[in-house]
Ligand binder design. Structure first.
Ligand code: NAD
Length: 393
């Protein structure tokens, strides 16, 4: 079959825009031409474009007009605007996680600790609805960039579930490290919340996805979340926190610890932890306890490659693993971190959907259920952990 060619445009020029570009370069089933970039930070966009030899567009509209696929790599506060603009022009849009969010009322008085969390649920879901409604009217589509869905370990577990007809009884998982490098990730108004949405969305989406896979394999109907219980804390903002400088501690109004406990409509469970207080590098894993097998997916770290280095300085120029505090001694150093994380597989799959119509594993409904579960969990946390019904899409 002749390879199709698709033109791509990148919106945002920061961290995620960097790994999107790397993943695009690895796409092999489709010829992807990167037309250029657009970002609010004009200087950052200029540097991004110059480094890669691509055009620096001076407006979002101009970029969208020129491409078939838009990569939405901007802060959560801008996801709806970028995605809707692309869909209205019948373009497909790859939206970074989380799909969207409630970023406050725009006033100086807004504070993440104190505003009623029902507002986050009501307005967050209104944003989701606007995006889904625009997608319904569009010839384009939303491709939800949840890399955990495409992580090889999760896709292998999908295969096991489909081939054995497994019933998942409990999923537990976690995404954690010692704190985001991004200065804006400290304020609810940019990220739509703290660690529960910022990191918790990853293992949560993976859990929701695997229960969908189970239901789809059994009778064609995905198994959806029914209720959620949530807990949040701001441990590094506790007056008694004894800061020794290893854990980021300058958050303004967001949670740095969270737990979501989901009950699905078939009565089975998922428990998801997310935190910014874990030393020793990134800690991304999910475990599935099924009626006929048990699986531990170690996304990062994993033991595919173990490296011993007697002196930190030896490795001054060697990248080891995300968020590790030092490089001396033994390190679990993935030979290809992006591959284990699912970035290239995700982008390959999305371009196959756009070019050849392949079905989407991580779609807007999975994204919507994730947002709904998370903001319901924030509401539950405000209510001291009382279960809250999850609306599904
Ligand atoms: N999947 C992952 O592993 C992963 C990792 C990091 C970040 N992310 C997600 O990527 C998104 C961006 O995070 P980041 O770390 O790249 O942020 P960043 O701060 O590094 O970069 C944000 C970029 O977006 C631009 N921008 C912001 N609002 C905009 C708007 N409305 N229109 C146009 N440009 C705008 C900024 O100028 C900047 O260039 C977030 O949704 C985040 O959750 C995902």
């Amino acid at each position: 079959m002749q390879k199709k060619t698709v033109r791509a445009g990148i919106v945002g020029a920061g961290f995620s825009a960097g790994f999107h570009y790397e993943a695009i370069r690895k796409v092999h089933g489709v010829n992807v031409e990167v037309a250029g970039v657009y970002a609010l930070d004009r200087e950052q966009a200029a540097q991004y474009a110059a480094k890669r030899g691509i055009r620096n567009y001076d407006s979002l509209d101009a970029l969208i007009a020129d491409v078939g696929v838009v990569h939405c790599c901007v802060l959560v506060a801008g996801h709806e605007e970028v995605a809707v603009a692309a869909l209205e022009r019948d373009k497909c849009v790859i939206v970074e996680k989380p799909l969207t969010g409630y970023c406050g009322d725009g006033t100086d008085a807004f504070h993440g600790d104190t505003f009623p969390k029902q507002d986050a649920l009501t307005h967050g879901l209104a944003s989701v609805e606007r995006m889904l409604e625009t997608e319904r009217r569009s010839k384009g589509c939303i491709l939800y960039a949840e890399n955990w869905v495409y992580a090889p370990a999760i896709q292998r577990e999908r295969d096991i579930i489909e081939k054995t007809g497994a019933q998942i009884l409990w999923i537990h998982g976690e995404e954690a490290h010692s704190g985001s490098h991004n200065p804006t990730y400290a304020y609810w108004k940019y990220s739509g919340g703290g660690v529960m949405i910022g990191k918790g969305c990853h293992p949560l989406s993976a859990a929701l996805y695997l229960k969908r896979v189970e239901g789809r394999a059994r009778d064609g109907r995905p198994i959806r979340p029914r209720t959620v219980t949530g807990r949040t804390a701001a441990l590094t903002r506790m007056p008694g926190f004894r800061d020794e400088g290893h854990i980021r501690s300058n958050y303004y109004d967001i949670d740095d610890f969270s737990m979501m406990h989901v009950t699905f409509e078939d009565g089975t469970l998922a428990t998801v932890f997310a935190s910014d207080i874990i030393l020793g590098g990134i800690h991304n894993w999910i475990e599935v306890a099924a009626n006929n097998h048990r699986v531990v997916c170690n996304i990062n770290p994993n033991t595919a490659m173990q490296v011993y280095n007697p002196r930190n300085e030896n490795f001054a120029d060697v990248y080891t693993v995300e968020k590790i505090e030092q490089k001396q001694g033994w390190t679990n150093m993935p030979p290809d971190e992006d591959w284990f994380t699912g970035y290239p597989q995700e982008i390959e799959a999305f371009y196959r959907t756009v070019a050849y119509g392949d079905p989407v594993e991580s779609d807007s409904r999975l994204a919507a259920d994730t947002i709904s579960t998370i903001y319901s969990a924030y509401l539950s946390a405000e209510r001291g952990g009382a279960a809250v019904e999850v609306r599904t899409f």
